[in-house]
Ligand binder design. Structure first.
Ligand code: C2E
Ligand code: CA
Ligand code: CA
Length: 757
C-alpha cells in the first residue's frame, strides 16, 4: 500500500498552481473573484492560501503516520498477545489467528487457515465443544468453557476458551475466540485435590503455623485423638502430651527439626479421654520461598495395636516359649552388654553353663510332657537363686546359661562369689521335683568361666564354659567346675592333634595291635584289635589320646573303616593256616561309626570283599551309645547279627543299661569293665558287681569276658564266679601282628607259657 506522505511530496508547479487556485477560488466561500482587484494582491492571497494548504497537508501526513504506527502497534499487540485470538467462520473453520494461537496449537499460522477448529479438540471433548460452539452461534453472545485441546503432534493442554459471536450486517457470521492455556492451573488444582484427599487419609495430620498454633487437623486425627478440629485449632499441640517424655526428649526432637527439618519417632500421647497411647509421628518443617519456616506438618499413626504385635514378636524372637526365659539370641545380646559394662567398671562377671544330668533318659522314658515340666521347674529354681540383675537363659534342650554381673574385681573373690551362687543353684535343683504323678530327682552339672580381665570374645567364653561343664560331668555330675588355663591348653593341643590326625590318615601312620583273648585253658580264642598311631616325632600315640578327638571331628569314620578293613584282611590270612583259622577278631566301633546310615552295608561289604566268614568278626560297642537311639540300634544290630556278626558289650557295668534294654539287643557277650577286675581281690562291692554281671549274662544267654586281667589271683576269682573268657596283660599285651602270631603259637601249646612271655 503506497504511503500517504509519499504522495504529498510531489512538486507543486506554477501553472497548475494557478489553475488549482482558480478552481479553488471558484468554490472557496471566502474568496470571490473580483476583477477590479490587482493581480498581485490576488497572487499574494493565493500564496497564503497555498501555505495554509501545505500546513494542512503536513498535518494530514502526520496523522496518517500516527495512524500507521498505531495500526502496527495493534498488529503487534494482536499477534504477540499472551492469549490466542482466533476468528472462526460460522462453520467453525479458522479464518484468522494470531501468532500466539498458532504457537499454542503448534502449527504455522498460514497452515491454520481454513482448518476446522475442532481438529484441535480431543476426542473426549468433541461433544462438549460442539454444544458450546452451537450455543454461542444460536443463543449467547458470549460463552466460556474449559476444554482439553490436542496439538497435531498429540500433546495436550488445557485451555480456557472465551467465545464471542461476530455479527455482520445484522447476522451472526462466526465466532471470535480468546484461547488461554490453563494447563499449569489445572495441574496445581489437581495436586491440591490430591493433597486434600491425602490430608483426609488414614494417618492423622496436624498443620500448624510457624508459632505452633494448630491451623488444621484432619478427620483421622480426630478419630485417633478424640479431639475435633474446633477443639484444637488455634491451640498448641502440647495439649496432646502424655507427660511420659521428659524435656530432653522434646528438646532433642526440636533440635533435629530445626537442623534437618524433619523428625520421626514413636511418642506417647494422650487422647481427649485421658488414655495414653503410642503413636508413630513424623514432623516436617515447611519453608516459604525465602527459606523461612512457615508451617509444621505432623502425620501420626496410632500404633497401639502394632506395638502390641511387635512386643509379641519380640517376645517370640527373644524368649523361650517353654520356660519364658531369654533365648540364645537375647543371651548373646545380654552377654555383649555385660562384657562392655564390665570393661568399663573393671568389675568381673561370670558365664555359667548348666546342663541337667541324664535329662535324656527322663525324656525318653517318661515322655516329653514330663520332660517339659522338669525344664520349667528347673528354670524357676535357677532364676530364684540368682540376683536381680543377672541373666538366666535357656540355650536349648536341657542347657541353661547364667550371666552373673558386678562381681568382685579380684579374680579369686569373683570365683568364690560365683561358686557360692553355683552351689545354691546345685542344691536348689537337687531337691525332688513333682512331675505329674511322679516324684523325680535330678541334678545338674555346671561349668563356669570368669570374664572381665581382658578382651574376651563371646565365642571364646562360650567354649570355655562348655569345656568347664564337661569337666564337671566328668567329675561325676552334680558339681561345678571352673574353666582354667589348663583346660585351655588341652584345647590347643586338641586343635593340633586334629590337624595331625588328618595327616596321619593321609600318610597311613596307623598300625593295628592285637591283644589275645583266651578261654579258661588259656587257649587263644582270638584277639581284640587295638589301634596305634605311629607318630613320626612322638612315636607310639595311645588311642586314649586320639580316639576322642577323632570322634569329635568325624575323623573316626575313615579311621574306623581302615581298622575294619585291616582286621578283615588279617582274618583272611589266618583262614589259610590251620593253627589260626579259628581265631576271631573283636573290633571296637564308635557310636558315630555305628550310627552311619550305611553301616550295615559297610560291614557286609568288607566281609564279602575279603571273602571271610562273618562269624569271625565281633563288634565291640559301649553301653552308652546303644541307648542314644535304642530303636535304631536294635534294627542295625538285628540285621548284622542275622548276617552272622557277633556283638560284645564293652566296658559293661559302667553305663546305665537295664535288663529291659539288654533283652531286646542281639548281644552275644558282656565284657566286664577292667575297673571292676582291677579291685576284685580287695573290694567286696566290685566282687558283688562282677557276680551280678555274670549271673545276668547267664540269664540272658550271653557269654562273658573279663578285661584287664593282670594277675593269676584275679583270673582265679573270675573263674570261680563263672567267667571263663579272659583278656589282659596276664595273657598278653596288645602287640603288633608278628609278635601276636608268635605268642599264639606258644600259647596254643599250653597255659603257663603264654603268661610267661
Ligand atoms: P577298650 O576297648 O576298653 O580297650 C581295652 C584297653 O585296655 C586297651 O587300651 C588295652 O591296651 C587295655 N588293656 C588290656 N589289658 C589290660 C590290662 O591287663 N591292664 C591294663 N591296665 N590295661 C589293659 P588301649 O589299646 O590304649 O585302648 C584304649 C581304648 O581306645 C579302647 O578301650 C577303645 O575304647 C579305644 N580304641 C582302641 N582301638 C580302637 C579302634 O580301633 N576303634 C575304636 N573306635 N576305638 C579304639
Ligand atoms: Ca574294647
Ligand atoms: Ca573295655
Amino acid at each position: 500500500m503506497p504511503k500517504l506522505n509519499q504522495m504529498s511530496k510531489k512538486p507543486v508547479k506554477h501553472n497548475s498552481l494557478r489553475k488549482a487556485a482558480e478552481t479553488d477560488l471558484e468554490h472557496h466561500p471566502k474568496l470571490t473573484w473580483d476583477k477590479s482587484r490587482p493581480v498581485e494582491e490576488i497572487l499574494q492571497e493565493l500564496q497564503v492560501h497555498q501555505i495554509e494548504l501545505d500546513l494542512q497537508n503536513e498535518q494530514l501526513r502526520q496523522t496518517s503516520i500516527e495512524l500507521e504506527e498505531s495500526r502496527d502497534r495493534y498488529v503487534n499487540f494482536y499477534d504477540f498477545a499472551p492469549v490466542g485470538y482466533l476468528t472462526l467462520s460460522f462453520e467453525g473453520k479458522i479464518e484468522e489467528a494470531n501468532l500466539t494461537a498458532a504457537a499454542m496449537l503448534a502449527v504455522e499460522r498460514r497452515e491454520l487457515k481454513h482448518l476446522a477448529f475442532n481438529t484441535f479438540i480431543t476426542p473426549e471433548e468433541q461433544d462438549n465443544w460442539y454444544l458450546h460452539f452451537r450455543s454461542v452461534l444460536k443463543f449467547d453472545h458470549t460463552q466460556t468453557c474449559e476444554l482439553l485441546l490436542q496439538r497435531v503432534d498429540g500433546t495436550r493442554f488445557y485451555s480456557r476458551l472465551d467465545c464471542l459471536n461476530l455479527t455482520k450486517n445484522g447476522r451472526i457470521s462466526g465466532v471470535h475466540l480468546v484461547m488461554i492455556d490453563i494447563t499449569d492451573r489445572k495441574i496445581s488444582e489437581n495436586s491440591l485435590r490430591i493433597a486434600a484427599t491425602a490430608f483426609e487419609s488414614q494417618e492423622g495430620m496436624i498443620i500448624t503455623d510457624s508459632e505452633m498454633n494448630i491451623l488444621n487437623v484432619n478427620s483421622s486425627f480426630t478419630k485417633i485423638s478424640g479431639y475435633a478440629a474446633q477443639d484444637v485449632i488455634g491451640k498448641n499441640p502440647r495439649i496432646l502430651q502424655s507427660g511420659r517424655h521428659d524435656e530432653n526428649f522434646y528438646a532433642e526432637m526440636w533440635s533435629r527439626i530445626n537442623q534437618i527439618g524433619y523428625w520421626e519417632g514413636e511418642i506417647w500421647n494422650k487422647r481427649k479421654s485421658g488414655e495414653i497411647y503410642p503413636e508413630h509421628i513424623t514432623i516436617s518443617a515447611v519453608k516459604d520461598l525465602a527459606g523461612k519456616v512457615s508451617n509444621y506438618v505432623a502425620t501420626l499413626t496410632d500404633i497401639t495395636m502394632s506395638k502390641q504385635a511387635a512386643d509379641e514378636i519380640m517376645h517370640l524372637a527373644f524368649y523361650d516359649t517353654l520356660t519364658l526365659l531369654p533365648n540364645r539370641r537375647l543371651l548373646i545380646d545380654r552377654l555383649k552388654f555385660a562384657l562392655a559394662s564390665s570393661a568399663r567398671s573393671t568389675k568381673r562377671g561370670a558365664l555359667l553353663f548348666l546342663d541337667l544330668d541324664n535329662f535324656k533318659i527322663l525324656n525318653d522314658t517318661l515322655g516329653h510332657d514330663i520332660g517339659d515340666q522338669l525344664l520349667q521347674q528347673a528354670a524357676l529354681r535357677i532364676q530364684s537363686n540368682v540376683r536381680e540383675g543377672d541373666t538366666v537363659a535357656r540355650q536349648g534342650g536341657d542347657e541353661f546359661v547364667v550371666i552373673l554381673e558386678d562381681l568382685s574385681e579380684a579374680i579369686f573373690e569373683a570365683a568364690a562369689q560365683t561358686e557360692t551362687i553355683g552351689k545354691k543353684i546345685l542344691s536348689a535343683l537337687s531337691q525332688p521335683y513333682q512331675l505329674g504323678a511322679h516324684q523325680h530327682f535330678c541334678t545338674i552339672s555346671i561349668g563356669a568361666t570368669l570374664f572381665g580381665d581382658s578382651q574376651t570374645e563371646i565365642d571364646g567364653l562360650f567354649k570355655q564354659a562348655d569345656i568347664a561343664m564337661y569337666q564337671s560331668k566328668k567329675a561325676g555330675r552334680n558339681t561345678l567346675r571352673f574353666f582354667d588355663q589348663q583346660m585351655q591348653n588341652g584345647l590347643n593341643i586338641r586343635a593340633i592333634l586334629e590337624s595331625e590326625l588328618r595327616e596321619a590318615i593321609e600318610k597311613n601312620q596307623f598300625e593295628l595291635y592285637y591283644q589275645v583273648q583266651v578261654d579258661e585253658t588259656n587257649r587263644a580264642l582270638g584277639a581284640e584289635a587295638l589301634i596305634r598311631w605311629l607318630h613320626p616325632e612322638r612315636g607310639l600315640v595311645s588311642p586314649v589320646q586320639f580316639i576322642p578327638v577323632a570322634e569329635e571331628t568325624g575323623l573316626i569314620l575313615p579311621i574306623g573303616k581302615w581298622v575294619l578293613d585291616t582286621a578283615c584282611a588279617q582274618l583272611k590270612t589266618w583262614q589259610k593256616d590251620s593253627n589260626t583259622k579259628h581265631l576271631k577278631i573283636s573290633v571296637n566301633v564308635s557310636a558315630k561309626q555305628f550310627r552311619q546310615a550305611d553301616f550295615v552295608d559297610q560291614i557286609i561289604d568288607v566281609i564279602q570283599r575279603h571273602n571271610i566268614s562273618p562269624t569271625l568278626l565281633k563288634l565291640e560297642l559301649t553301653e552308652s551309645h546303644l541307648l542314644d537311639n535304642i530303636e535304631e540300634t536294635i534294627l542295625t544290630m538285628n540285621e548284622l547279627s542275622k548276617f552272622g556278626i557277633d556283638f560284645s558289650l564293652d566296658d559293661f557295668g559302667t553305663g546305665y543299661s537295664s535288663l529291659q534294654y539288654l533283652k531286646r539287643l542281639s548281644i552275644n557277650q558282656l565284657k566286664i569293665d577292667q575297673s571292676f577286675v582291677h579291685d576284685l581281690t580287695s573290694d567286696k562291692s566290685d566282687r558283688a558287681i562282677v557276680r551280678t554281671i555274670i549271673a545276668m549274662a547267664d540269664s540272658l544267654n550271653m557269654s562273658v569276658i573279663a578285661e584287664g586281667v593282670e594277675t593269676e589271683e584275679q583270673r582265679q576269682l573270675l573263674l570261680n564266679k563263672g567267667c571263663n573268657h579272659f583278656q589282659g596283660y596276664l595273657f598278653g599285651k596288645p602287640v603288633p601282628i608278628a609278635e601276636f602270631e608268635a605268642l599264639v603259637c606258644i600259647s596254643s601249646k599250653g597255659r603257663g607259657d603264654a603268661a610267661s612271655s
